[in-house]
Structures are given as structure tokens and as C-alpha cells.
Design a protein around this ligand. Structure first.
Ligand SMILES: *[C@@H]1O[C@H](CO)[C@@H](O)[C@H](O)[C@H]1NC(C)=O
Ligand SMILES: *[C@@H]1O[C@H](CO)[C@@H](O)[C@H](O)[C@H]1NC(C)=O
Ligand SMILES: *[C@@H]1O[C@H](CO)[C@@H](O)[C@H](O)[C@H]1NC(C)=O
Ligand SMILES: *[C@@H]1O[C@H](CO)[C@@H](O)[C@H](O)[C@H]1NC(C)=O
Length: 791
């Protein structure tokens, strides 16, 4: 974006006089189709049909593309589009990021003294733990408001390559912090809401190829991408061997939701290969699926330098650059984050390897998105946003609120929490994260409005005795532990802030175990052993940390998971510890014990257990072993109970006489019905499972509670998920009162399975619905029957 702003200065110097305006500096450069701007560069705007607002957007895009020479075309197809001065088209930087706040990781967005910062929310894994769809959408809205405000002062682009939405398949993955966790359904719901918040222009949300966009979001990285660098295997060389079943059921499902329900305007393909083919070069994955089946209204972009990675690292087909650009443009890749398109597309055309028409298609997809963003015509709805809309009080408050809603209470023996500040003279705030700042905002961050460290937030409640106890997260020795023990002994309560940071889990860096680094465990154990008062553990991490030792240690009263809680994460942590906020977050990933990762390599992609190789299953859907804390786990300072008010108990699907029944694998000796299953695409699937449940707060404090609804497939089916989440809702219930949660879930979505040969089927028989899990869950059977009729 800086390029656009530099342009007028350059032009002022080079063009001596303008008949249009006395002062060129006053010409509005914020959008393209402005008469005065054209005149100032010696052009007459009315001779360019792409600026004719009476024409449909696709005609305007086509006019622009058809006006360009081949050289001009290829110069627009890298992330830094060069523009065409001859046509009045300014340069544009496509690459901006906004994973959890406007970020300056991409070159399209910059902070300076005018706009020094933007609101930095918790990283997505913690925000996901709130299981509050309104919160997810609201954060998206705030981020796009700040992005538009930054755009208006020339500091941001309009196209943001966020969110990251790969399913967190393996607990070691370094990028779990960027994701909405391990459940494809939750990931999908998160992105539909976050993308909606980023993109939707109020009043014009209805899906269409030409609807206006507030900013453009991008669902990435497509697909089966979740190995970064693990024991010598890295994403630039990795070939994910994925079964079609796992693609449909797990890896592609959130992408499908993002495109179909979220109407996202961009998808990014990933670095890895999938069954031998680099994802950006796979026609079936890009053109056939994203554009054909899901009907993307937008453009497909490569992960940065993916085409180069294809050539240099994957050595796929021993491609030369021209062959590689041929593969990807044919597959349906519109934009190259990198320079292979600008550098090699022209020679590829000249060598007869690429049709110029394919280049035109890519450009059309890109310009329609820019037209929808007001790049050409301006966006009057957002014109008034400015500096005062960035880091506003409300926005910063929402960042704290997101952390409060996401924080998960993992242990609270004998109500060790909340602490009563009025009864404490002092609290020891110790551990490597006790004075966390940058660690709280993780990666793909911008510059935050401010930081509030745990240490400073606790000081608002009572006197703080601070001691790190470790030299950073690595905690390479036990030298400082003694001082932490002393500090704890001088205090009336102790809160130890431990965990991970980007040195342990990050892009390009997977974990090899699930343990706390260095001497952190010793720090906790020694402080706890010496303490005569409650010891509270606060864990910073994205992936699970095996803290079984702390769960089993009676002297550790409570454990809190704080994710990476955003710019003022310390406030949220202190509010939870002192009971100003009652935690209601739930874990979005399974917290395995450390021995889990010794049982299977990260590179085994499949979700189901592999009995021949002895690999256990992955995620709550397929792992049946014991875990430290299951997916969806989270305690509260109050207690809740459920009453089922009403629910559907059976689903009857009518089949015509020529519809085929579908075979699915059954356990031996099971009763075999005449029709085991039918294809989902063969049936109407308009029935809904309507459930109404009353949530009672039977404790003594108000609190938020997440109602989770699971379906459990009929018992005789082999290879089905153990259970799958089909609905969730966060409700707020005052102490002693109750509220109703209502669900209306499409029966096929809730009850269907993907077969081994990758059909989506609705199985006959007795399914089970479970509201909640563990103690207090309500379960009831739900029958699926088929009836044949003759027309
Ligand atoms: C620009 O072009 C239009 C249509 O061709 C013409 O009517 C108009 O006079 C031109 N304006 C200038 C300033 O040349
Ligand atoms: C708090 O700690 C101080 C210093 O160790 C001690 O004198 C005081 O009695 C403690 N108060 C409580 C309520 O335990
Ligand atoms: C759990 O899964 C493993 C791996 O498939 C299987 O061998 C075992 O029988 C299962 N255990 C139970 C209790 O279902
Ligand atoms: C969900 O989040 C929104 C936005 O922060 C908030 O207003 C609402 O109260 C939250 N819902 C619950 C049940 O906590």
C-alpha cells in the first residue's frame, strides 16, 4: 500500500501542469476511478470502461484485463502487483495479515508514528476456547474496522491472508496457536464467523459473486497442511499421504464451510504435496473442488514462494520454472505470493506452455475482488473511519473480554480458586511468564496498543511479590528456583506462570514432546512442596502440555490454561484468579499425556488408528485411550445441570424404489438390517434435529457455560468416529436461575459418516445424542429409519 501513497509524490515531480486541479496534493488517491487522479497523470478517465460504474463488475474487470499487454499482465500476478501507469492502474500489495488483529507481518501493512499500533487479540486457539460464535464474529468486525481505518490513512491493504484454519491433527504441530483446534466442525464455525466479521458489509451480506467486501479474508492453508518441521521433515519437502476419506471428513471440511457458508473471497494453497502433487498444482483440489464444487467467489493464492518450493524442494516432475508455472496456472492458481508468475509466465506463454487466456482468467478473478473492495470506486461506508477507531477503548476491552471468555479452568480442588483479594496481604507472582509481554500475542501479530503483564495486573488486586524463577521459557537450569521458593514463602498465595512460547511451538518449528521445557517442572514442584498456602498454576501454550504431575499434586490447588491471551492477557488472568470473571472456556484440543507422541510419528496423516502399525487414533473423534484432559474440558466456579425440554427421537427418510442402499462395514455378529445406509446426495436431507435443553446454574456464582451436543454413531459400524460434535452454544446463566439452549441441526450433517471409499452416507439404526459429556451429560437414542415408497 505504501506504493500507492508514494505515487502522487512521484507524479507531482514528473508532471508539470494539470488543467484539472490547481493543487495535485489535494487529489484523492485512495481509489482508482477518480477523474482528477487520471487527469493528473495526463489521462482521460472516461476512455477507460473499467472505471464505468454503470457496467457490471465482471465487464469492468474484463475491460481492464483486455487493455493490458502480456508484459503488463504478468507484472500484476505476484503479491506486489506493479500497476500499469499507461492505464491509470496503481500498484497494489496483496499481502496483508490479520490473524488476531491487524498485523504488519505482510508488506501491505505498516505501523508508523501516526498509527503506531492496532488491537492485538488472543491468538485464535484461546479465542476458540470461548465457544462463543458472537465473540468470534465481533472480533472479525473490530479487526476489519481497524484495517479500514488504517487503509484510510494509507497504512494497510484490503486483502488479508487470514485466518489460518488447518485442523490441529497432531499435538506437536507448531502452528496450533493460529488455529481453531482439532475439531473440523469447530474450525469451520470459527472461520465462518471470523471471515464474516472481516468481510461482510452490513446490509449486503447475501452471497453473490459481486457483493461488496469490507476487507477480503483468505482461508489457508489448503490442504492437509500440518507438519512444519519435525525431526528432519519439513513442509517444503513433505508429501502428505492422505486418504480421500480423511480429506472429506477432516482436512477439507472447514475449507468447504469457509467457502460455502463463509463465502470467503480467497483461499491459499499450501507448501506440502498431497499424495505426490504439490497442493498448488492440483487441478482437482483447486479448480474442480474450490471453484467447481464449492463455487468460490474470489481468488486462489499460493503460500509465499510455493512455486519456487515446488521447483527447488519438491523437484516435482523435474520442473523448470516455466513448467511449474504451467502446472499451477492450469490447476487454477490465480496469484503467486512470490515472483515466479511475474518472472516466468511470459516466457511460458512464448514457449507455448501457457495460454494467455488462463492468465486473463486469473486477472479477472483478482480484479473482481478489488472492485468489490472499492479499490476502484472507493468505499463511502468506511470513509469516516480513522485513527481514533484503532486501539479504541472498546476494542481493547474486547481483547480482554476474549481472553476472559477463552481461559480454561483445568483443576480447582476444594475451590482453591477464586482467591479472595481482601483476605490476602500479598501474592507471589512467579514463573517465566509472570512478566509476559510479546509472548502473549504469539505470531502473526502486529504492534499491540499496550501490554498488561500478569505481574502488573495482579498488583491491581493486592501486593505482588515477583520472582521469575527461570531464565526464560527455556529455563535451562535451576539456579533461580530457590529465590522463587523464598518469594512464595513470604506470600499468602502463589501463582506460577509457566508454559511455552514461540521458541517452542511456532511456524517452522514443531515440538518433539508435550512436556514443559527445561527446569519449569522442578520450579513448580519445589515451590509447591515448600508452600503452606494454595499454589495456582497458569499455563501459556497453544498445544497440550502434559502437566499430569501438577494435576496429581495435592499442593497445587488449581490449574488454568491461558493460551496466548493477547495484549492485556495479564488482566484476564488476574480477573479469573480473583473471581471477577468466572471461567467458562473449553479446550479446543485434546490434552494427551506425553507418551502419546511416542506411539506415532507426526508424519502419519491418518486420523483413525492403524492397528498394523500400532498407531493410536487422533483427536477426540478417534483416540480411545486415556488423556490428561479431553477435548471440550473446562471447569467453572459454579455448577450446571441440564433438563432436556424437548427433542426429536427419530428421523425417517423416504426412499424411492430405485434408490440403492449402501454397504458399510459392520462388526461381526451384529444384526444386519436390509438397508444399512443411503448416500447423502441421494436424499433431500431437509429434516432437522431440534433439541431444547434447560441449563440450570445450581451453584452460587453467575457464569458462562458451553452446551456441547455430540452424535455417537450406531454401535455396529466399524471405523466410525467415537463421537462428533454437531452443535454448541455458549449461554450465560445467573446463579440459581436457568436458561434454555435451542438447537436445530440438519439431520444429515449431524448423523452422516464418510465411508472408507469416501462416500458420505446416512447410516440406518440407533444413533445416540449426547448433550455434554462426562458427569452430568444427558444422552438419548435417535433412530434413523428408511421407508421405501412408490410414486
Ligand atoms: C474525455 O473523454 C470524453 C469522452 O471521450 C470527452 O467527452 C471529454 O471531453 C474528454 N475530457 C477531456 C478533459 O479531454
Ligand atoms: C500473609 O503473609 C504474611 C507474611 O508471611 C503473614 O504475616 C500473614 O500472617 C499472612 N496472612 C495470612 C492471612 O495468611
Ligand atoms: C482402542 O483403539 C485401539 C486401536 O484401534 C483398539 O485396538 C482397542 O481395542 C480400542 N479399545 C477399546 C476399549 O475400544
Ligand atoms: C459472547 O460474546 C459476546 C461478545 O463479547 C458477548 O456480548 C456475549 O455476552 C458472550 N456470550 C456469552 C454467553 O458469554
Amino acid at each position: 500500500m505504501d506504493n500507492i501513497l508514494l505515487l502522487p509524490i512521484f507524479l507531482l515531480l514528473s508532471i508539470s501542469s494539470s488543467a484539472y486541479k490547481p493543487c495535485d496534493a489535494n487529489i484523492d488517491q485512495s481509489y482508482v476511478c477518480n477523474d482528477a487522479r487520471f487527469a493528473s497523470i495526463g489521462l482521460n478517465m472516461s476512455s477507460f470502461a473499467f472505471c464505468d460504474k454503470t457496467l457490471p463488475l465482471d465487464r469492468r474487470a474484463k475491460d481492464l484485463v483486455d487493455s493490458m499487454t502480456l508484459d503488463e499482465k504478468v507484472a500484476q500476478l505476484g503479491n506486489t502487483a506493479r500497476g500499469v501507469q499507461r492505464l491509470g492502474l496503481p500498484p497494489y500489495e496483496w499481502w496483508s495479515e490479520a490473524l488476531h488483529g491487524v498485523s504488519n507481518v505482510g508488506p501491505g501493512t505498516k505501523f508508523n508514528k501516526d498509527v503506531p499500533a492496532a488491537t492485538s487479540f488472543p491468538t485464535p486457539i484461546l479465542t476458540t476456547a470461548s465457544f462463543n460464535e458472537t465473540l468470534w464474529r465481533t472480533i472479525g468486525e473490530v479487526v476489519s474496522t481497524e484495517a479500514r481505518a488504517m487503509r484510510n490513512v494509507g497504512k494497510a491493504g484490503l486483502t488479508f491472508w487470514s485466518p489460518t484454519m488447518n485442523v490441529a491433527r497432531d499435538p506437536r504441530w507448531g502452528r496450533i496457536t493460529e488455529t481453531p483446534g482439532e475439531c473440523p466442525f469447530v474450525v469451520g464455525r470459527y472461520v465462518v464467523n471470523y471471515v464474516g466479521g472481516l468481510q461482510d458489509v452490513p446490509g449486503q451480506e447475501e452471497r453473490s459473486p459481486f457483493r461488496p467486501l469490507k476487507v477480503s479474508a483468505c482461508c489457508k492453508h489448503y490442504t492437509a497442511y500440518d507438519v512444519d518441521a519435525w525431526l528432519g521433515v519439513d513442509r517444503f519437502h513433505f508429501d502428505a499421504r492422505v486418504a480421500e476419506r480423511d480429506l472429506i471428513e477432516t482436512f477439507n471440511r472447514p475449507f468447504e464451510m469457509c467457502v460455502k457458508e463463509g463465502d470467503v473471497s480467497s483461499v491459499m494453497c499450501s507448501y506440502n504435496r498431497i499424495n505426490g502433487i504439490p497442493s498448488c498444482a492440483d487441478t482437482r483440489l483447486l479448480s474442480d473442488t474450490i471453484r467447481g464444487e464449492w463455487k468460490l467467489n474470489g481468488y486462489i493464492v499460493s503460500d509465499c514462494d510455493s512455486i519456487e518450493v515446488m521447483v527447488d524442494n519438491h523437484h516435482w516432475l523435474n520442473d523448470k520454472p516455466e513448467d511449474a508455472v504451467r502446472q499451477v496456472i492450469r490447476a487454477g492458481l490465480d496469484l503467486d505470493c512470490g515472483s515466479f508468475y511475474p518472472n516466468y509466465l511470459k516466457s511460458a506463454v512464448e514457449q507455448g506452455k501457457v495460454r494467455e487466456g488462463d492468465i486473463d482468467k486469473a486477472l479477472n478473478n483478482l480484479y473482481i475482488v478489488l472492485l468489490r473492495l472499492g479499490f476502484f470506486d472507493g468505499s463511502p461506508e468506511f470513509e469516516s473511519l480513522g485513527k481514533e477507531d484503532i486501539c479504541s477503548k472498546d476494542h481493547m476491552q474486547l481483547s480482554i473480554e476474549a481472553a476472559r471468555q477463552g481461559i480454561v479452568l483445568l483443576k480447582n480442588d476444594h475451590n482453591a480458586l477464586p482467591l479472595d483479594a481482601s483476605k490476602l496481604q500479598s501474592v507471589a507472582v512467579i514463573g517465566p511468564h509472570a512478566e509476559a509481554t510479546a509472548a502473549m500475542i504469539g505470531n502473526y501479530a502486529g504492534v499491540p496498543c499496550k501490554y498488561t503483564k500478569p505481574q502488573d495486573a495482579f498488583a491491581k488486586y493486592t501486593q505482588v511479590n515477583f520472582m521469575r524463577g527461570c531464565d526464560g521459557v527455556a529455563c535451562p537450569n535451576g539456579d533461580w528456583i530457590f529465590h522463587a521458593v523464598q518469594m512464595s514463602q513470604m506470600s499468602n498465595a502463589t501463582v506460577i506462570h509457566v508454559g511455552l512460547d514461540l521458541s517452542v511451538e511456532a511456524e517452522g518449528h514443531d515440538r518433539v514432546d508435550l512436556l514443559l521445557p527445561g527446569y519449569q517442572t522442578q520450579l513448580i514442584n519445589e515451590v509447591a512442596a515448600a508452600a503452606d498456602h494454595p499454589v495456582i498454576l497458569v499455563i501459556f501454550s497453544a498445544g497440550p502440555v502434559d502437566v499430569s504431575f501438577a494435576q496429581n499434586n495435592k499442593k497445587i490447588g488449581a490449574i488454568i490454561w491461558a493460551g496466548y491471551p493477547g495484549e492485556e492477557g495479564g488482566v484476564a488472568i488476574a480477573d479469573v484468579v480473583f473471581g471477577k470473571s468466572n471461567p467458562g472456556g473449553r479446550l479446543p484440543v485434546t490434552w494427551y499425556k506425553n507418551d502419546y507422541v511416542k506411539q506415532l510419528p507426526m508424519t502419519s496423516i491418518q486420523l483413525r488408528p492403524d492397528d498394523t502399525l500400532g498407531y493410536p487414533g487422533r483427536t477426540y473423534k478417534f483416540f480411545n485411550g486415556s488423556v490428561l484432559y479431553p477435548f471440550g474440558f473446562g471447569l467453572s466456579y459454579t455448577q450446571f445441570s441440564y433438563n432436556l425440554l424437548s427433542s426429536v427421537r427419530s428421523v425417517v427418510t423416504k426412499l424411492n424404489p430405485v434408490q440403492h442402499c449402501h454397504d458399510i462395514a459392520y462388526k461381526p455378529n451384529a444384526y444386519v438390517p436390509s438397508c444399512k445406509a443411503v448416500l447423502v446426495e441421494d436424499i433431500g436431507c431437509d429434516q432437522t434435529i431440534d433439541i431444547e435443553v434447560e441449563v440450570n446454574n445450581i451453584g452460587s456464582v453467575d457464569g458462562g457455560h458451553v452446551v456441547m451436543v455430540y452424535s455417537i454413531p450406531p454401535e455396529p459400524i466399524v471405523g466410525a468416529p467415537l463421537k462428533q460434535l454437531i452443535g454448541f452454544e455458549r449461554v450465560f446463566v445467573k446463579a440459581g436461575s436457568s436458561t434454555a439452549a435451542k438447537f436445530s441441526i440438519n439431520a444429515c450433517e449431524a448423523l452422516s459418516l464418510v465411508t472408507e471409499t469416501a462416500y458420505k452416507v446416512l447410516p440406518w439404526g440407533q444413533h445416540t445424542i449426547s448433550i455434554g459429556d462426562g458427569n452430568g451429560a444427558i444422552t438419548f437414542p435417535l433412530r434413523v429409519n428408511f421407508e421405501f415408497y412408490s410414486d
